[in-house]
Design a protein around this ligand. Sequence first.
Ligand code: HEM
Length: 705
Amino acid sequence: MAKKASPNGRTPALLGNEAVLRGEGGETHQLAGDQVPVLTTQQGIPVADDQNSLKIGVRGPTALEDFHFREKLFHFDHERIPERVVHARGFGAHGFFETYESLSDITRADLFQRAGERTPAFVRFSTVAGSKGSADLARDVRGFAVKLYTKQGNWDIVGNNIPVFFIQDAIKFPDLIHAAKEEPDRGFPQAQTAHDNFWDFISLNPESIHMALWIMSDRTIPRSFRFMEGFGVHTFRLVNAAGKSTFVKFHWKPKLGLQSVVWNEAVKINGADPDFHRRDLWDAIQSGDFPEWELGLQLFDEDFADKFAFDVLDATKIISEDEVPVRRVGRLVLDRCVDNFFAETEQVAFCTQNIVPGIDFTNDPLLQGRNFSYLDTQLKRLGSPNFTYLPINAPKCPFHTLQQDGHMAFANPKGRANYEPNSWGGAHGGPRETPDLGFRAHATDEKGPKLRIRSDTFADHYSQARQFYVSQTEIEQNHIAAAFTFELSKVETPAIRARMVAHLLNVHEDLATKVAGGLRQKDMAKAAEPARLVKKNLKPSAALSIARNGPDSFKGRKIGALVTDGVDAALLQALKEAVVKEGAILKLVAPAVGGVKASDGSWIEADEKLDGGPSVLFDAVVILVSKEGAQMLTDEPAARDFVADAFAHLKFIGYAAAAAPLLNKAGIGRDAGVIELGDKNAAVFIRSCRALRLWERESVIKQRT
Ligand code: HEM
């Protein structure tokens, strides 16, 4: 950096390794140089001083002619755009989709024609109900929106981490969202469905009971975006070159297996790190541990649809994976974080109507409504029909339209032809149609009277909710009952609570009894009148359980090691090696972030200060304190919580023998998940952690309380 004379004759000082000047008031001026670009206004005028507005006299009023100051504030004043009306809080990343094999027999979609072909992708994960600044671990559905920049245009699969939806017809979407969000008179609760309006709506719309079971399961408190499934939800069509259509449901299966947190943990994570999910994805990608999902297809024909016990156009129903297996046809890898959150994650516009030749819609009335809603809302949110030109939204293949003008038209087509047909052929006539390559809607045979009606094939509201419940492990069933009890306990109107229990009686008596007991309802409600008899013979499906689809390794998971001065250096080293071998991550938590002095005299830097790194942020913990350290920490509430919470959240706990007094003071017992560590069994401990939780501890803890 060239040294420059200060305007006030002062000599530059050093800030880090950069030369800075101090102004008259002691303010910092950083200077442009050989490698450092010149700061300019939006008009490109070089800026001499960005610390002070233009004044009349040293202590005088600000001059109106200060165009730099006015331009800067004008731009700042307009920095916010409306947040998304739903899914406001989200986090995105770039990556690619790789096709495993040609699917030309079932679709002419270009991205599925050639094995090994890679298509650029952008994915945004989100919560639904909360505002942009809400916490990541709200109990909520997660959006799983994928934009695939194919060679024949953009294809968006705008899905969720749950394969069904609350409602069957898009006309109910505004009501659903109004009921779920803050109540309009009081403006709360934020990012929570535990309130009267939401459960009032659900209890009056039995079609939503199946989804209610899913949202009360641990699916809505995922450990990370990396460990959750995605679903396109609706039935779509794949259409091949001969025009043959095959129905399809889209699935994303995480390579790392499914994992959720427990409710008490979710509540505490929201306090300890409201950005837990976005930080997790950011950290994983930045460290080169790229998350991966496989695209799965459930393929079926009209014949199957006709015989299927439910309507394939009803978005509140699944097709069991046991009935139609999921065929894995490619992988999605997220390998690059955004350069700028606003330009990419905030301005990205997913839209269900973005489909490519070879893919088509069905008449699902929810999907049909979505096809209108997204484009409509994005015009309001992004302020101009030209949002499609923003780099994150623009196709990566050549594209030529005759659309023009509007706000921010920075890419109007060149030349005279802005209409067609026209007489200006060849290079001057502009783009033309392509009957062979172009998108053609599948020629379905539609006829019938114009009616405002719901098909009676949509009327079974409980059978699949029951199937979902009986497909869970006992622990998962308990969590569902506990979640209903928690949410309904926040409902102030007893009649709404009773109405929900009346629905649950149609799902499963065991669930209804647990919830009614949890609410301490004096009289058991009578079962709600079902529109269709509940089918009690639907087979349980293992695919519906998180516990039955967990990981087979501890890869990508995080261990938090509580260390103090005197930490056993050899043991820590053995642990580090075992963690690296497993592909997991070790974070050190210490009384001070500066670090600790190990038993061999070496200095070890910490990642977190103890009260900033509680055990809820980790998948398993180890307590590697020295004898003196244990003594000191027994008096430290944050240290006792570190251990006690890990135990209560059913985590695996490794400990050095010297840590025993701290474990005892934290009031935890010893079981198969609390493992004394020596440098010989660090790897064994990490292998135990693959189970993620010691589920059998839950009933022991419950009995004690
Ligand atoms: C199967 C049911 C549905 C699923 C899976 C779903 C999924 C999503 C996802 C993932 C997003 C966030 C996109 C992003 O990350 O930017 C989103 C946003 C949105 N959804 Fe849905 N949604 C569903 C139903 C509906 C319905 C029925 C409507 C309206 C009729 C609707 C209207 C919207 C709107 C207005 C946005 C905000 C879009 C924006 O501002 O860019 N959604 N939805």
